[in-house]
Every structure is written in C-alpha cells, then in structure tokens.
Design a protein around this ligand. Structure first.
Ligand SMILES: *Cc1c(COP(=O)(O)O)cnc(C)c1O
Length: 379
C-alpha cells in the first residue's frame, strides 16, 4: 500500500455537528457554528475579530480590499509562495515586488525589504512558510517607519507563535487556511483575523457582498443596503460545523503532528553531513509541525530521491515554483534575480506528515532517505 503525502484527519465529531447544523434550520453563513468558531479563535489567540471565509484566498482578497489597494500600489511579498498570496492583490491592480528567501529558511529575507520600499509601497506581505514565523520585529518596525500595512499570510501557521505572539495577530490583518492539506481542516475554508479595531466594521461589510447585513442582524440599523464594494466571502454554517469539530481537537492534532515531526528530525539530522538543509527554527519562532521538508543539493538529486521513495510506495512532493518566473508574472517582474527562491523551487522536498502516519512509516521513510544519501556519497 502507498503511503500518501497527506491524509485528511477526521476527529469523529464532524458528521454529528454537520447534522446539528442542518437541523438548526439555518445553514447559510453566520449561524451557530460560525459564531462558535469565531469565539474560539478570538478567545484562544486574541484576534480583535475573527471572520470565517470560504478560503485563505478569499481572506487575502478581503484584505486587499480593506487596505484599499489601487492600481500601481506596490506590495512586497516572497516569490516562493502559493499563487493566492499575491494574486489577491494583483486582482486589485497591485504591482508585486518580490523578495528573496533566507539562505537557511524559505521565509522572506527581511534584511532586503527596506531597499525595496518606494513611495508607492502600501503593504508588506510576510508568508510564514511551514508555519514558522517570519522575523516580524523588523517587519513591524519598517511598517511603522514608512506607514505601511502588514498582512500576514498565515495559511500554514495556525497555533504558531513569534516571541509568544500568535501568528496572524501581529500584522494589521492575517489570513488562515483550513484546506484539507493544512493542520486544521474543513475541506475548503479560511479565516481573516482583523487586528485593527477600526477595520472591523468594513471587514464585515466586504464579507457580506458590500452590504451592512451584519449590522442589520444585530439590530444596529433597520434596513440593510449596499454601502461598499464586497463579495460573498462567508462560508455556509455547514463548513463551520465541520471546522468546529476540528478546533475541539486542536491540541491533540498538534501533539501528534509534533511527535511525527520530531521523529523525522531526530532520524534525519545526520543528513547535514551530506549538505542536505534541514528545517531551521529561529529562537523567536515555535514549530506547529505543519510540514517536514528537506532541501537537497540539486534538482537532479531531488528528482532521484522522490523517485526512490515512489519506487518504495511513498509519495513525497516538491513545492512552489518561483512566481517571479511564472508564465503570468515573468514579464511584469522587475528583473532582479532571486537565487534562494529558485534554489528552494528546485531542491525542496516535503515528506508525508499527517495524523495517522505510523511511527513505523516514519522510520521506513527515514531509513530509505539515509540509505539514498549513503549510496550517493560512497560512490
Ligand atoms: C494553502 C495556502 C494558501 C491558500 O489557501 P486556500 O484556503 O486554499 O485558499 C495561501 N497561501 C499559502 C502560503 C498557503 O499555504
């Protein structure tokens, strides 16, 4: 039997809560389970406002509207990320100014940001790759100095921290994903964390198609009407019901993932002698065990490793392709080389990591990888 790269984990309560949501008689957005999820996130992480969305992509699109991105505005973001991180801003006419990765981590190299800031810069957009915090201190300092917004792409970063502050709560806005490949899932799903009290009311309006329906339901206005631009960013309460079953088990899910991650790390630490780059966790960051990756020495080496694992029934996968070289953006990029981004695009490989992955499987995968490098370097 193949060991998949990912297997969505069900806590056992999902179907029960779906049934309750359906029986409640209100299965459109902002029903009882949406409210339970919002309270859970606000209590646990201290977001000023938590708003469920249908995806992290949508949360980022809301963020781009909230900070009034206009054609020509510049957004500083990594190139080694998912398309949605920057597409949300390109949709509103922004120009993306890409930053390279750190040599020891796929996160953005914060020391390169200041030189990229111009009069048109409006947003710094850190992505917490593998759930490991970007260096938020200097990012927030630069934002204060130049009057910029910070929007965190925390899609992979649930329950992870920067110097004891939850990711997604540090910038003005933070986007999370509950796609089935993330730690906590609802199939498709996401959340916008609003950390600026002054942005909350408008965020609710944008999420409700540009209407003040949320205020109407709270009895604050006696009719609801069209007051701004927006779209249908809120999920059905059925999605929230599924998500709530996951949230109740978050600590258990995290403990299990961390145990698997730690075992990989213990077994594969020896790969450093072959020049393989292992995950690095800076002192300011916690590890939410979203991902266990290795960075090979070359594209050929990575291709051979993925093939060897596949021949042994194990699915490992590479990750992002450089966005600054993509078919869509290459001719819009300013031409700067981003060598670390290209290196991660060519050399990074992700290993299976999911709740039900057995210890024996982790040991088998680790032994195969160790054997691969022993052979390669003894030849
Ligand atoms: C998964 C992911 C997204 C997109 O999340 P969706 O919920 O699928 O829209 C965005 N950014 C990053 C970094 C991701 O990992």
């Amino acid at each position: 039997m193949m060991i998949p790269f990912n297997k969505p984990y069900l806590t056992g309560k999902e179907a029960h809560y779906l049934y309750q949501a359906v029986l409640s008689g209100k299965i459109s957005g902002d029903g009882i389970f949406t409210k339970k999820c919002h309270s859970w996130f606000e209590e646990r992480y201290g977001f000023q406002k938590s708003l469920l969305t249908t995806s992290c992509t949508d949360a980022l699109e809301m963020a781009a509207i909230l900070v009034n991105i206009e054609p020509g505005d510049e957004v500083i973001a990594p190139s080694y990320t998912f398309v949605s991180t920057v597409n949300a801003f390109v949709l509103r006419g922004a120009k993306i100014v890409f930053v390279d990765c750190l040599p020891d981590h796929p996160n953005m190299d914060v020391s390169q940001i200041e030189a990229l800031i111009t009069k048109k810069t409006k947003v710094i957009l850190p992505v917490h790759y593998a759930g490991i915090a970007c260096d938020m201190g200097p990012i927030m300092d630069l934002a204060a100095k130049y009057g910029l917004f910070v929007i965190e792409d925390a899609a992979q970063a649930i329950d992870s921290y920067f110097n004891s502050q939850p990711l997604g709560r540090i910038g003005h806005l933070g986007g999370f994903s509950f796609h089935e490949t993330k730690n906590i899932i609802s199939g498709e799903g996401g959340m916008l964390a609003v950390n600026e009290p002054g942005m909350i009311e408008r965020a609710e309006i944008i999420r409700e198609k540009g209407t003040n329906r949320s205020q109407f339901f709270r009895g604050q206005v006696d009719k609801y009407s069209w007051v701004d631009i927006g779209s249908s960013f809120l999920p059905s309460d059925i999605i929230a019901a599924f998500l709530f079953a996951q949230l109740e088990h978050l600590d258990d899910i995290q403990a299990k993932r961390k145990a698997i991650w730690d075992l990989y790390h213990e077994k594969l630490g020896a790969l450093a002698q072959y020049g393989v780059q292992l995950p690095y966790i800076p002192a300011y960051a916690t590890n939410n065990a979203h991902m266990f990756y290795l960075v090979c020495n070359s594209l050929d080496e990575r291709t051979a490793l993925i093939q060897l694992l596949k021949d042994n029934g194990i699915l490992s996968v590479f990750h992002y392709l450089s966005l600054h070289k993509s078919q869509f953006y290459a001719d819009k990029h300013d031409g700067r080389a981003l060598p670390e981004t290209d290196r991660y695009a060519d050399c990074l490989v992700r290993l299976p990591l999911f709740y039900e992955l057995e210890t024996a499987d982790v040991l088998k995968i680790s032994d195969l990888i160790l054997g691969f490098y022993q052979n390669r370097f003894s030849a």
